[in-house]
Design a protein around this ligand. Structure first.
Ligand code: DX5
Length: 241
């Protein structure tokens, strides 16, 4: 059609397998009294985006950021913001987080009665649609929305709190999602979140993750944020090479 040369699936698969590793810190462990400064420090430390863990106290037993907090920090840095909506009513909140300045909106498959419509609505609002899977949710839950998403998040902890132990059995799901992405030939980020640090990132990256959310591991590094970001990126790239 049109005569233009389109990359073969093999070329696309090769392209996807060489996708850059991205570091997306969670600000959950940051100093909430200085969130603006913390975003600036994260950008200086070399992160690729910032993840806001939005929790409503119902979908998960914790309560965190409203859109106004994010809106206040938006002008301070240039890196993209992503909102990880751990909420029971994402359809009522998505537009508020887009308007607050989040370029990517992650909704949980478990919280969406009509996931296909919710993801389409995020696209219509001008943001990147993304879907998160809790540990017990199978990869098949996203099989019929692969054409709608820019990112799939495989949770490697049960959501709600930072500092939890990485669930290594999720690596088989990461690989399964990676294979699903390759078959689409689309440019979809495969993100992991929870317990990601120097001891666990290699397993997640080797399984196929290319966007790594880390919170505790960044803030507990005695050598500072920049060292932690570089170490996790280096380990992930080595695991994927
Ligand atoms: C869980 C949260 C955490 C946070 C990062 O709901 O989403 O996964 O982002 O946590 P740690 O501290 O494990 O990196």
């Amino acid at each position: 059609m049109g005569g233009e040369l389109t990359p073969t699936l093999i070329e696309k698969v090769t392209e996807l397998s060489t996708r850059p590793v991205q570091i997306a810190p969670s600000v959950l462990p940051a100093d909430f009294s200085r969130l603006g400064e913390e975003c600036i420090n994260l950008e200086k430390a070399g992160v690729d985006r910032i993840q806001w863990d939005v929790m409503d106290g119902v979908f998960v037993p914790n309560l965190t950021f409203g859109p106004d907090v994010i809106r206040a920090c938006r002008p301070l840095v240039d890196v993209p913001f992503e909102a990880h909506l751990m909420v029971v009513n994402p359809d009522e909140l998505v537009h508020k987080y887009v308007e607050a300045g989040c370029e990517i909106i992650i909704v949980h498959a478990e919280a969406c009665t009509h996931l296909h419509r919710t993801l389409s609505n995020i696209r219509e609002l001008g943001a990147g649609p993304a879907v998160a899977l809790n540990p017990a949710t199978p990869a098949s839950a996203v099989r019929h929305v692969m054409d709608l998403v820019d990112l799939i998040l495989v949770m490697t902890v049960n959501p709600g709190f930072g500092g939890q132990e990485y669930i290594s059995t999720m690596e088989s799901k990461i690989s399964e999602v990676a294979e699903m992405i390759q078959h689409t030939g689309r440019d979809i980020d495969l993100e992991v979140d929870g317990g990601i640090g120097p001891a666990t990132v290699s397993g997640a990256a080797a399984a196929g993750a290319d966007v790594l959310v880390a919170g505790s591991a960044l803030y507990r590094d005695p050598q500072g944020l920049s060292h932690a970001v570089t170490e996790i990126r280096t380990l992930a790239e080595a695991a994927r090479s």
